[in-house]
Write a protein that binds this ligand. Structure first.
Ligand code: NAD
Ligand code: MG
Length: 399
């Protein structure tokens, strides 16, 4: 009998990180929280260290890591504390870690997530931005190292479950007609367009069906989240853009589906609770309790579907343009969004301008081929500076 499997949770203090720790704590004989990482909140990470007693804790912020190290030492916890970008990578590729939950938000997660892929870990991918930015490099790293890549994004986890094993690394030649990504449409699906100029960050973050971090909540409100997921599905399942469709489904119960050449459609359903895909991937190929209630379809009574509104949600159309452009275009797309969402959350940018800033950045920064990781990192930097300029113009126009 082997002991519990060591898990590194990158982004442990976030929404996905905490849901992961909830599932781990339900199965102490199967899983152990071996390493926990966070950005700068030493108090929150300290509390998680007390609750889960990891061997390793990492804070990206060096000064806060020193604070944490002092508190950990004073409490007699068995936890080594590391700091900075190198500390995050050390947690991701630690030889005693079998499984890595990549749940840092945004481009900040690229280096440690890629390190886990290169180290051949069982890699649970929530950090979609890392894959969107560096798709070809990321997938090549997984193939070369033999890492097991399991999607956590609920849609991609659903598709993974709806595909036969041989199609999971690439659907070509497997009789798949299309992949249908469902999306709730977010909090502003039916809101009159004229009212969107004045929505607040709190309104944008109040998602109707999912409880998530602030950045992805805003992405859901613009449907940029679904746009990133189109690109994510393209890389994960080797599907051409023409075989990836979006379907609006406000109840978030059908998490996505696969249509086959013979007309069969296979869907995965469940309550909107991220502990389901997290538990599916952590235990894969077994099944374990995730703490999620049974789906009560009789009580729900009706599930509804509608076509996406490509005029209201410009980001969806942009995603297909970005995939057609290829190369560094997805990294530019992602970086511009991160800058615009940051400004919106800081109260500096009106909601409808988020997508305008992204579009202006795509027009200004040309896409190049991707050969090395440096190409992606350079494109990300150029896009951030161009988005900064677009942001300045958008703010002046609004004022
Ligand atoms: P969150 O904001 O709740 O948590 C983010 C985590 O990343 C925190 O632990 C934070 O400390 C850490 N972090 C942030 N910036 C960092 C930096 N510069 N360096 C190191 N660590 C940093 O976010 P979340 O909602 O949990 O989302 C995490 C990822 O999972 C995102 O990529 C998101 O798109 C994806 N995802 C989330 C959900 C969800 O339900 N929340 C669903 C699908 C996919
Ligand atoms: Mg999703």
């Amino acid at each position: 009998m082997t002991g519990p499997r060591n898990v590194a949770v990158l982004g442990a203090t976030g929404s996905i990180g905490r849901s992961t720790l909830d599932v781990i704590a339900r199965h102490p004989h199967r899983f152990r929280a071996f390493a926990l990482t966070a950005h700068s909140r030493s108090d929150e990470l300290f509390e998680l260290c007390v609750a889960h007693r990891p061997a390793l804790a990492v804070l990206a912020d060096e000064a806060q890591a020193r604070v944490l190290r002092g508190r950990v030492a004073a409490s007699g916890l068995p936890t080594e504390v590391l700091a900075g970008a190198q500390g995050l990578i050390a947690a991701a590729e630690h030889p005693e870690v079998a499984c890595v939950m990549a749940a840092i938000v945004g481009a900040a997660g690229l280096a440690p997530t890629l390190a886990a892929a290169r180290a051949g870990k069982k890699l649970l991918l929530a950090n979609k931005e890392a894959l969107v930015m560096a798709g070809p490099i990321f997938m090549a790293a997984v193939r070369t190292s033999g890492a097991t890549l399991l999607p956590i994004d609920s849609e991609h986890n659903a598709i993974f479950q709806c595909l036969p094993e041989r199609a999971r690394g690439g659907v070509a030649g497997c009789g798949v007609r299309k992949i249908v990504l469902t999306g709730s449409g977010g909090p502003f699906r039916t809101r009159p367009l004229a009212g969107l100029a004045h929505v607040t960050p709190a309104e944008a973050c109040a998602h109707p069906t999912w409880s998530m971090g602030r950045k992805i909540s805003v992405d859901s409100a613009t449907m940029m989240n679904k746009a990133l997921e189109i690109i994510e599905a393209h890389w994960l399942f080797g599907a051409p853009a023409s075989a990836i469709e979006i379907l609006v489904h406000p109840q978030s119960v059908v998490h996505s589906m696969v249509e086959y050449a013979d007309g069969s459609v296979i869907a995965q359903l469940g309550n909107p609770d991220m502990r389901t895909p997290i538990a599916q991937a952590l235990a894969y190929p077994d099944r374990v309790d995730a703490g999620v209630a049974s789906l009560d379809l009789a009580r729900l009574a009706a599930l509804t579907f509608e076509a996406p509104d490509f005029d209201r949600f410009r980001a969806l159309a942009l995603a297909y343009d970005v995939l057609a452009a290829g190369g560094t275009a997805p990294a530019i797309f992602n970086a511009a969004n991160e800058v615009a969402v940051g400004a919106f959350l800081a109260g500096e940018l009106a909601f409808p301008r988020i997508t305008e800033v992204i579009e202006a950045t795509l027009e200004r920064v040309g896409a190049d081929a991707v050969g090395r990781l440096e190409d992606v990192i350079e494109a990300d930097a150029r896009a951030r500076s161009a988005a900064g300029v677009a942001l300045g113009r958008a703010i002046v126009r609004t004022a």
